[in-house]
Design a binder for this molecule. Structure first.
Ligand SMILES: Nc1nc2c(ncn2[C@@H]2O[C@H](COP(=O)(O)OP(=O)(O)O)[C@@H](O)[C@H]2O)c(=O)[nH]1
Ligand SMILES: Nc1ncnc2c1ncn2[C@@H]1O[C@H](COP(=O)(O)OP(=O)(O)O)[C@@H](O)[C@H]1O
Length: 297
């Protein structure tokens, strides 16, 4: 199906057709979150609860798919609904981070879908199947992998039917695939966390705990200044890939907005034909680290 030199090499090495493949993306925001689980388990419901409660913190990676839109789905918001030929050609051109064939349709995460979220300074959430999770796990994208499991197979079937978005034939296909997905969800080393979505509210609370979303986190976000008015007196230093501009060394422990960081690391990477921006943010000396070890104080 896909024929780049890289894919050809992988097919020769493994002696198999390549059906899922992943390309790495660089970024410095908090780790993306990969959410997988069988159809009807409640992935979309949990993700939308997160996005509603923390609108400025999370961004959804809008996948491409060849499946037809459901009644309430909007192009560009829930999915980029695509022609198979266009999607296959974009995959060949290296525009996808990963892709997989799921329930008879092609689904994929474009490099751009993840970058758009990272460039907005938000933490990316990917709702992808287990094959996609495996591809991302094998890529350079360092993510947290969460598998959502139903309390029972019967309950999964009940939810899928109650959602009433698929034909009987499609429901049967999703249920057949669910058995395999539930098995694969247990694969050693693939998922960091398995959450059982029995009671929705308890499951959501557990999801927030995994993501470190305790009370008060909503307000503890970095601020992104649009314009920085530098005073005559300021000093500039460089640590790793960050340029630090200190506008008042003597007082910077008291005021939180007189030290800025220009992060150069995002200048590399990015999808073909797209340049990523320079990240500028206000440093909070009591909480921010400029590299893995050094506290800024
Ligand atoms: N690999 C991969 N899977 C995806 C992607 N987007 C969605 N999926 C998965 O495709 C499956 C079917 O999704 P969908 O048609 O929306 O149906 P639903 O799971 O019943 O809501 C789900 O397991 C999704 O997690 C993607 O970009 N890549
Ligand atoms: N914990 C839960 N208990 C009962 N129903 C749920 C629960 N979580 C989700 N649902 C319902 O199950 C159906 C499938 O959920 P959805 O989020 O669309 O699943 P997925 O995105 O995994 O396919 C929806 O109608 C949703 O309202």
């Amino acid at each position: 199906m896909v024929g780049t030199p890289f894919i050809g090499e992988q097919e020769r090495t493994y002696g198999n057709e390549v059906v899922a493949w992943s390309k790495g993306v660089l970024g410095n925001v908090e780790k993306p979150i990969v959410i997988s689980g069988p159809s009807g388990v409640g992935k979309g419901t949990l993700i939308s609860k997160l996005m509603i409660e923390f609108p400025s913190m999370f961004g959804f990676s809008v996948s491409h798919t060849t499946r037809a839109p459901r009644e309430k789905e909007q192009n560009g918001i829930h999915y980029h609904f695509s022609d198979r030929s266009v999607m296959e050609s974009d995959i060949k051109d290296g525009k996808f981070l990963e892709f997989a064939s799921v329930h008879g349709n092609l689904y994929g995460t474009s490099v751009e879908a993840v970058e758009v979220v990272a460039d907005a300074g938000k933490r990316c959430i990917l709702d992808i199947d287990v094959q996609g999770a495996r591809s991302v796990r094998a890529s350079s994208l360092d993510a947290i992998f969460i598998f959502i499991s139903p309390p029972s197979f019967e309950e999964l079937e009940k939810r899928l039917r109650a959602r009433a978005t698929e034909t009987e034939e499609q429901i049967q296909k999703r249920l057949r695939n669910a058995r395999a997905e539930l098995e694969q969800g247990k694969s050693a080393g693939l998922f960091d966390h398995i959450l059982v979505n029995d009671d929705l509210e308890s499951c959501y609370e557990n999801l927030k705990k995994i993501l470190g979303l305790t009370e008060g986190v909503k307000t503890a976000r970095k601020t992104y200044p649009e314009l920085v008015d530098l005073p005559m007196e300021h000093s500039v230093s460089k640590i790793d890939q960050k340029i630090l501009i200190n506008c008042g060394a003597a007082e910077y422990h008291k005021a939180s907005n007189n030290m800025y960081a220009l992060d150069l690391s995002l200048l590399k990477g990015g999808s073909p034909g797209r340049t990523r921006g320079l990240n500028l943010y206000v440093v909070n000396p009591s909480t921010d680290r400029v590299n893995g070890d050094n506290q800024l104080s």
